[in-house]
Structures are given as structure tokens and as C-alpha cells.
Ligand binder design. Sequence first.
Ligand code: FAD
Ligand code: NAP
Length: 339
Amino acid sequence: MNIQKGTSLFGLNTFGMKATIAQLAKATSLEDVQSILEYQYKNKMPLFILGGGSNILFTKDVEALVLLNRLKGISVREQNEDYVWVEACAGENWHQFVQHCIQQNWGGMENLSLIPGNVGASPMQNIGAYGVEIKDVFHSLEAVRLRDGQVREFSAEECRFGYRESIFKQEEKGNWLISKVTYRLTRKNHVLKTEYGAILSELEKMKITHPDIQSISKAVIQIRQSKLPDPAEIGNAGSFFKNPVIELELLENIKLNHPDCVNYPAGEGKVKLAAGWLIEKAGWKGYRKGDAGVHKNQALVLVNYGHAKGDEIASLADQIIEDILIKFGVKLEKEVNIY
Ligand code: FAD
Ligand code: NAP
């Protein structure tokens, strides 16, 4: 086991934060995980698990042992005529895994193309895009309990998936390392979801009249590349806030001043608002103070133009939350994890 001391976080998080990590250990196998846990118990250090670093804002140095999850491997667990149960280790890159599945003609994850990060974090917030969430294709996961190294499986029900939520962000926060995830994908009769966002118009632009999982993935990749800031060029962690789900009554109030308020049905008596629309309407789109800002094309994304500190981004987020509460009576919640 190789422990690096006092190393930089730069290059390990998509916000481009430069804080220092007290100790860093890379795990490429379950045995590595167990040795790192033993080392942690002996040294009585807090542990922090890092995947691709694309959903975290570091606001200070990490006074912990960081376990860099690089567990690799993809295998078929089971298959029948209709479905394949494919298992991926937590350190596999998400987008490469999705592309691998598409190449095998396994359907269900095409709408989730080009999401940064690793497989292991996909259940953490039940990642979602363009009308699909991983809960739609999830079968089970394997996790290691950090307290004692015990390994067990969690079913979909046990993960308690919700909108950008799971038990691992709530009651079980910080208790488990997700080591493997199994997804159930279609081998034929793929269920295509094209009605969401700009997918249909992108397919039209591509002159695709009979979409398949490959063309949907391409359309999603093109839309994302045209709209979202690339973390390799400008630091960000995707959507900083969740889209708020509110009571219909509050929407009616908002509509008195903003009849064009974007909203989508979200169950009995509830609607989902587009947080990006609220932030843009409140005048924050393109805002910049020092190197911390709100992206000029997508107001839901907070950005680091180069040397912003984590607490400057966090403070900008808090100002936005306060302003949206005053202007619309809606309390935004952060989607990005804050350290
Ligand atoms: P990290 O940032 O490394 O970790 C996130 C949290 O999970 C941390 O608290 C960490 O401790 C914990 N964690 C990570 N791995 C494990 C593990 N194996 N076991 C236990 N805990 C773990 N998200 C979406 O849902 N939909 C999108 O469309 C989307 N688009 C994005 C676009 C951009 C440009 C960016 C930068 C981000 C986007 N995200 C999106 C957010 C992010 O990519 C996902 O949440 C992703 O799953 C995070 O993976 P990661 O490996 O980088 O996690
Ligand atoms: P968009 O297509 O411009 O739509 C704006 C918002 O409206 C989205 O957040 C989406 O909610 C919602 N929406 C659009 N069509 C909808 C429909 N038919 N039914 C219900 N809700 C609808 O969004 P975008 O910013 O370009 O992002 C596209 C997709 O990628 C979205 O699903 C978004 O969540 C995802 N994405 C996520 C992140 C992240 O970091 N979490 C970053 C970038 C993109 P939902 O967000 O609930 O889907």
C-alpha cells in the first residue's frame, strides 16, 4: 500500500480546487480497500472516498485519509434472451462504461452518456439526465462497511433512490464504500426515451428518423458538448443546485409575476421548477466575482475561472439561495457535495 502525504487535490476534482490532502491511498482491489481501512483504524484518521471528483466542492484542506477508488473490471453476471445483468467495479469511468454497453447493444443507459465521474458514485445521487435515472436500470450494488470492512449487497429498494438522492446521501452517509454496481440492461426491444429536452430536435438535425441506442447516445453527447462547460477548460461540478419540487399553490403565486415560469408535473399537487430558469430570471447568469461565477450559458452551473477558492464558490451559492428565496419564495438545495 502506497500512502502519499501532503499531495494536492488539483487534477483530482473537476472544480479545479488546489487544496492539500493529508494522506492519499489508491485502491485497485478489494484487498487494497481492506488494507487502507486497517491503516485508517490504526492511525485513527477520518476517511474520505474520492471517485472522479466531479460532484464535490472542496472548501478547505482535506484533513483525512483519502481513498482514491480505482477498482476496475466489467463482467456479465447473468443473461437471458431479453436482459443482461452487467456488473462494473466502482472505479470504472462512467461514460466509458456506458459506451462499452452501447457497443454490446445493451440498452437503457444511452441517455446517461457523457456524465463525468465513476460507476461507484452513480448510485450515490441516483444520477440522471434526459428522463433516465440509474434507478431505472439498477439491479444491486456491493458495498464495504467502513466501520468493520464487512461486505454486503444492497437491492434497489434498500438504496431508497429518489430525485438525486439515495440512502448513501442520507442515513448511511459516510458509512459505506460502494465497490461494484450491477445494472439490468435490455438485449432487444430497447425502450427509447427521446421526448426529453432537446433530444428529438438534435436527432432531426442529425437526420435520424429511426433512432436507436447509438444515435440517442450521440445526440445526448452533442447536446451536452454544446451546452455544458467542459471541466477540462473551466472548473465546475455540473448542476450546483437540484431542481426544486414545490406545491402547485406556490407556482400559482410565482406565476402572478412570472407567467412564463418553467415547470413540469411532479406528482399529485406538485411541480418541478427548473432551478436554472429561476437563477437566470433573478439576474445571476454570467455573474462573476473574482474567479467564482455563474456560467454564461447555463445558470445552474457555478464555475471556477481559475483561482477561485472553494469557500468563494460556496458563498456565491449561498447568496444565490438567499436571493431566490426572497424573489420567488423557493428554497434551492445544493446538489454538489461540500467538504
Ligand atoms: P465524486 O465527486 O468523486 O464523489 C461524489 C460523492 O460521492 C462524494 O461525497 C464521495 O465521497 C462519494 N463517493 C464517490 N464514490 C464513492 C464510492 N465508490 N463509495 C462511496 N462513496 C463514494 N450528475 C447527474 O446526476 N446528471 C448529470 O447529467 C450530470 N452532469 C454533469 C456534468 C458535468 C460537466 C459535471 C462536472 C458533473 C455532472 N454531474 C451530473 C455530477 C457528477 O458527474 C455525478 O454526480 C457523478 O456520479 C459523480 O461521480 P464521481 O465519481 O466524480 O464522484
Ligand atoms: P434542459 O434540457 O435545458 O431542461 C431544463 C430542466 O428542465 C432540466 O433540469 C430538466 O429537469 C427539466 N426538463 C426538461 N425537459 C423535461 C421534461 N420533459 N420533463 C421533466 N423535466 C424536464 O436541461 P439541461 O440543463 O440541458 O440538462 C439536460 C439534462 O442533463 C437534465 O436531465 C439535467 O438534469 C441533466 N444534467 C445534470 C447535471 C448535474 O450535474 N446534475 C448537469 C448537466 C445536465 P431534470 O434535471 O430533473 O432532468
